[in-house]
Design a protein around this ligand. Structure first.
Ligand code: 3EB
Length: 315
């Protein structure tokens, strides 16, 4: 939401600021990601109808409600330790959410330093994927059932930063029929496949109270990246998103209106693509708050990635 809008602090779980922290004495937990916000001054604000309680566990900042546990943690990594650090940090988060009774993984954002750079012949992103996968397996996760919706993009700071939301309510994982599930990607994309679901539904669609959390979605069909320019990639990505939402409707007996997007976040590799991509998104979702962020995307040929949260319609 725009930084100038008044907030009801009692219901704010977390506010995430990008680029530079906004001035102001807002009494809420603020997290900070150094990646530049493009053409706007929005902050990402997570709210709940339930009152939040704030805690710390070591270096993990936590906010819990009756239903959700959200948290933020970051740690310095050197290039030879990305795999190990990812595994340790992820294990810590998984243990923590389970110990507190919020064992269902809803949404993870992973900011990986120098994500496209390689160390000893293996890209940092692939090292992150190995560490994450080991942590999920060690925790007893069945990837196809338990993996959260996620985003993994480049962090311009030298830390691995993870923001997560877990819950004690059942979740439904949704896959995209146009895309091979990421956890089934062939080995050409790295020794361990990325552990995430294309989308996760939280809540009860029959009561008209449910939200669909879309993972970062890119111009991938099957397992291949398509198109070399941001315009065509955005077109393909929007189609992927439409198909994914339709799949969620079929699978969950839920109804989603395309225009009920609560918020979108768009990651752009190249600032030069901002105007065109912004225009394309405004053309299809004119009233949705959209935050544009400069970020490297996990495959070096990808120029754009889009994520969002959709509200379910009452039946
Ligand atoms: C893709 O579909 C694009 O590794 O957590 C998107 C969302 C992507 C999440 C992750 C990766 C991740 O494979 C990349």
């Amino acid at each position: 939401m725009p930084a100038h809008k008044p907030l009801r602090p009692a219901n704010v779980l977390a506010a995430i600021e990008y680029g530079e922290a906004h001035a102001g004495l807002t009494p809420m937990p603020r997290y900070y990601i150094a990646n530049r916000q493009l053409g706007g001054a929005l902050r990402e604000v997570w709210t709940s109808t339930e009152p939040p309680h704030f805690e710390r566990h070591d270096d993990v900042a936590l906010c819990r409600t009756d239903t959700y546990l959200a948290g933020f943690v970051q740690t310095a990594v050197c290039k030879s330790s990305i795999e190990w650090t990812s595994q340790m940090l992820m294990r810590k988060v998984l243990r923590l959410v389970t110990e507190r009774g919020y064992s269902r993984l809803l949404r993870f954002w992973n900011y990986v330093p120098a994500i496209n750079r390689a160390h000893d012949g293996l890209e940092h992103y692939h090292r992150f994927c190995i560490g994450r996968h080991k942590a999920f397996i060690a925790h007893g996760c069945e990837i196809a059932r338990d993996a959260p919706a996620a985003t993994a993009v480049g962090h311009i700071a030298q830390t691995l930063a993870i923001f997560f939301i877990a819950t004690n309510r059942p979740l439904v994982a949704i896959e995209n029929p146009r895309q091979l599930s990421a956890y089934r990607y062939p080995r050409q994309y790295g020794p361990r496949s990325p552990s995430f679901a294309r989308a996760v539904l939280s809540g009860d669609p029959r009561k008209g109270d449910a939200q669909l959390f879309l993972s970062g979605t890119a111009s991938i069909v099957g397992h291949r990246s398509l198109h070399d320019n941001a315009t065509a990639q955005t077109e393909e990505t929007l189609l992927n998103i439409r198909v994914l939402i339709e799949q969620a409707e079929r699978q969950c007996g839920a109804l989603f209106d395309w225009n009920d997007a609560i918020a979108l976040k768009v990651y752009l590799r190249n600032v030069a693509d901002l105007a065109r991509v912004k225009e394309m998104i405004a053309a299809v979702l004119p009233t949705t708050q959209t935050l544009f962020l400069q970020a490297d995307i996990c495959r070096s040929e990808l120029k754009v990635e889009i994520e969002g949260v959709w509200n379910c319609r009452s039946a």
